[in-house]
Each structure stands twice: as C-alpha cells, then as structure tokens.
Ligand binder design. Sequence first.
Ligand code: ZN
Length: 216
Amino acid sequence: MSPAATPLAGKTVCLDPGHPSENGVGARGKRISEVRAAWLVALQTRDLLVADGAAVVLTKKTERELVTNRRRARIANEARADLMVRLHCDAASASGTSTYYPDRAGRSGGVRGPSRSVIERSAVLARRFHAAMMDRLQGALADRGVLPDTRTYIGGRQGALTGSIFSRVPVLLVEMAVLTDPRDDAFLASPSGRRRMALALRDGVRAALLEAGGSV
Ligand SMILES: [Zn+2]
C-alpha cells in the first residue's frame, strides 16, 4: 500500500479499555456497562488503526481481565507508545464526550509524575485529538471539552490520574459518553453508535499523531 493509505505507519498506539481496575468495574447504563462499551469500542478502534498502519497494543486480553491503572501505564511505556488513549464512560448529571490530560505532576504510590515533557506533549495532543473526535461526533454527543486530570475526582486528590502519573508516554483519557444519560447510553449500546465512536477515536489519533500536512 502507498504511504497515504497507511498514514500511521511507524506509529504505536496503546488503547486502554478502562476497568476492571483498582477502581472497580466503572459506570453502568441501563443498556450497556462502561466495561463492555470500552472493550467493544477498543477492539473496533484497534482494527481501524491497524488498517492505518499503526501498531496497536491493548492493555487487556479479555473484557473482564482486572488490570491496575499503574500496570496499564507500564504496558504503554513498555510499548514505547506514541500515544496512550484511555477509554472510559462517565456517570454524571451531564451528557456528552470529554477528554482529560495531565496538566501537572501528581503523586501515587510514592511516585511523582508524569514528567514535564509528557505533560506538555499530552496537552498538545489532547486538543488536536478532541477537536477531530468531536467533528465526527457532532450532532450525536455533546462536547464537554478538553479538561485537566485535576477536574476528575481522583485527579483532584492526586494532582493527576494514576494512569497519567505512571505514564512515560503522552496520555489522554476519553470519557466517551455519560452512561447515566439515556441518550448517551443508547448511543453506545447501539452497534452504529459504537462504530461512529471508533471512527471518531481513529480520527482523533490521526489528528494527534500527524502534524499538519500529513508529515510526521
Ligand atoms: Zn471509568
């Protein structure tokens, strides 16, 4: 295939379907659970990124495998991923899609991180990623914006999310939808909605890892 057909050739992406972890099994909608939605979307996104020429590493082998967030970060580090994308769903009195990134170092398990360079790179990639993802999701899911880890419960206490603290590669976390919102829940429960989310994540990775003009 021509280079244009495989725009992500030479890139490595770590896809991290959230939960089960030390933080439990996550949110539950009436129609689909967070762990199920993240797993199914991760598999589809992997296939799309592989078709783009990327090497893709998943942090779990099966949907129900329990992996700590520290271990998930280490899998991305060992793969020397160009980007780690963590897939989650929210439970909140809101709806839509948000992207979180570390904007400062935090502390967990006696470790301080991530590094300044990871913070700077994550901030840049999160903005490019989120804008492209929301283009694809426009009209289906509301845009909740690009937010620092400190706006999450755990990130607010630690300074950054655990998966960010242990990451030595650029890292972002996508709250794909709010499963306590009936429309968001129905979106991710439907095969067409999950397909669109996978395409949106693929678009986001492309925008994050390919500089303007397609050069790398
Ligand atoms: Zn979660």
